[in-house]
Design a protein around this ligand. Structure first.
Ligand code: ATP
Ligand code: MG
Length: 554
């Protein structure tokens, strides 16, 4: 499939560069996360893109932590990011940290001061903002703009030495306060922040701004194609300005549209709110669009990669139907997940002509798509079935259990429903049927064909498990674009807990992370908190897209 796919615009650029012998045909990308949160499906797109391009063109891809902001960054995030990238199936060529370049970035800044291209400004943040001008009006020069090179060098050294308090001084690039692109109106390069950094500790009290640090980090690493999202398009002239003035390796920035998905939010700031305010159980809550959440939900890494590759990348903002991701997940799990029988909403089925104490052990196929053997499923006189598979008064097209109807019990016998028992309030307590011994699965001589097949679990052999029925976290397509707080659009039914579903005994030894198809019910996986004494399953996906039906899509 990928061979036939036409090149995306970045592949076109790269192939062109290779053809022209640019950088000796060398391709070097990087994935530059800020360690201030967990990775989400948008990052996964960027990961597939950067690592994928490097792989396709025999290049390299660096993992660079963009850790220039000491206040929001934590080691926990660094570890989770590395773990998630590995889980997605990628290996970085170098693990690097922008903070390792602090000394080099400082030296670059000194060089710009010496060239008369940077100055120390005593203005407050408010004063700087007030002199920025607007898209229709030029800004005004800072009164400190014409300090001598010597004075700037001295003040910048004093900033580094900790002589000043937070916000007292900044270092700014000296470009043009009337530049049509506001980002080039003497942008900040350094700010003072007396803060502890997760790697450099208290060695620094001045920290470089993103626009100053990013391109220089790319250049230090000889990155050829620096790929970022569209909101940085107006930053590109500044990216180029620093590189040109410093005369360092000319990395080049390219932009693509952020990945947005329906029924979720993607900004780390919003995801952090969901975590901190307890709307979800954590960054890896199975409803979160984070890589760790999707892993815990049971999404296979292959399915996520397939999704990213299928959707490809765009030059313009768009929003992708989350159903596409779920489709990839189902398609993959259909091929890999073993089938098992689990009854979520049980009612007892009694086979009145099956002798008490008798048992059958059936061989049930694990996965018809894989030809990977079978498992033993015990059968007895009393079974659990789904409550919805019986109707006392059923419409004509109801092919499950109703008085007089015949159905096949999956992998076992055909049974004929004979009625039910009720309690004093009229609730059905038991369904009754008789079985046809000659209809045994695999050795069926009954000559009957029935329209319905239902799943079941022998009551005597059943184990119980807690099942978490997950659904979409938001009830509207684009919660960030609705009026008011995005959190008011949280789907109140996004998690339903079934405390005691009946599972077949083969499942008792299921290990965390294992994926199954609960026949007729959906794909499920074993939660990370599951123990042999208390099994917990997460619903990964329904068998079909229930939302598409509802909204009339696809
Ligand atoms: P957020 O806005 O969610 O906080 P971010 O851009 O601040 O994201 P970074 O850690 O800086 O997050 O991102 C690392 C890389 O991942 C960047 O190159 C960024 O462009 C890319 N990236 C982040 N979000 C998306 C997205 N939704 N789609 C595609 N790429 C993304
Ligand atoms: Mg960012």
């Amino acid at each position: 499939m990928s061979e036939e796919k036409s090149l995306n615009f970045l592949e076109e650029i790269i192939e062109n560069d290779i053809a022209e012998g640019k950088n000796g045909g060398r391709i070097h990308t990087r994935f530059p996360p800020e360690p201030n949160g967990y990775l989400h499906i948008g990052h996964a797109t960027s990961i597939c893109l950067n690592f994928g391009l490097a792989k396709k063109y025999n290049g390299q891809c660096n993992l660079r932590f963009d850790d220039t902001n000491p206040v929001t960054e934590e080691t926990e995030y660094v570890e989770s990011i590395k773990n998630d990238i590995k889980w997605l199936g990628f290996t970085w060529d170098n693990e690097l940290y922008a903070s390792d370049y602090f000394e080099q970035l400082y030296a670059f800044a000194v060089k710009l001061i010496e060239k008369g291209l940077a100055y120390v400004d005593d203005s407050t943040a408010e004063e700087i903002a007030a002199t920025k001008g607007s898209t229709v009006a030029p800004g005004t020069n800072s009164p400190y703009r014409d300090r001598s090179i010597e004075e700037n060098l001295q003040l910048f050294a004093a900033m580094r030495a900790g002589k000043y308090k937070d916000g007292e001084k900044t270092l700014r690039a000296k470009i043009d306060m009337a530049h049509p692109n506001l980002l080039l109106r003497d942008p900040l390069m350094y700010r003072i922040k007396h803060a502890h950094h997760h790697r450099t500790g208290d060695a620094w009290c001045i920290y470089p701004m993103y626009d100053y640090a990013h391109g220089q980090s790319d250049s230090i690493e000889n990155i050829t194609h620096s790929i970022c999202t569209l909101e940085f398009i107006h930053h590109r002239p500044l990216y180029n300005w620093f590189i040109e003035q410093l005369g360092i390796f000319p990395s080049h920035q390219y932009e693509f549209a952020r990945r947005n998905l329906t029924y979720t939010v993607m900004s780390k700031r919003k995801l952090l709110q969901l975590v901190n305010e307890g709307h979800v159980s954590g960054w890896d809550d199975p409803r979160m669009p984070t890589v760790s959440g999707m892993r815990r939900r049971g999404y296979p890494a292959e399915a996520i990669r397939q999704f990213c590759d299928t959707i490809g990348i765009a030059r313009r903002e768009n929003i992708v139907d989350i159903g596409m991701l779920e489709f990839c997940v189902r398609e993959h799990l259909n091929k890999t997940a073993n089938r098992v029988m689990v009854v979520l909403d049980p009612v007892k089925l009694v086979i009145t002509n099956y002798p008490e104490g008798q048992e059958d052990i059936f061989d049930a196929e694990n996965n018809p798509e894989m030809d990977n053997g079978s498992r033993k499923v015990p059968f007895s006189r009393e079974l659990w079935i789904e409550r919805e598979d019986f109707m006392e008064e059923a419409p004509k097209k109801f092919f499950r259990l109703a008085p007089g109807n015949k159905v096949r019990l999956k992998s076992a016998y055909i049974v004929e429903c004979t009625g039910c028992a009720k309690d004093a309030d009229g609730n059905i307590t038991e369904v009754h049927c008789t079985y046809l011994p000659e209809s045994k699965s695999g050795a069926d001589t009954s000559g009957l064909s029935v329209k319905g097949t239902i799943h079941w679990v022998s009551t005597k052999h059943a184990k119980t498990a807690e099942v978490h029925m997950y659904d979409r976290l938001f009830k509207v397509e684009d919660p960030s674009n609705e009026e008011g707080d995005f959190k008011s659009y949280i789907n109140p039914d996004s998690m339903q807990v079934l405390p005691a579903a009946y599972i077949e005994p083969a499942l008792a030894s299921a290990l965390a992370g294992q994926q199954y198809q609960f026949m007729r019910k959906g794909y499920f996986c074993v939660d990370k908190n599951s123990t042999p004494d208390k099994l917990i399953f997460n619903r990964t996906a329904t068998l079909k897209d229930a939302w598409a039906k509802e909204s009339g899509k696809r």
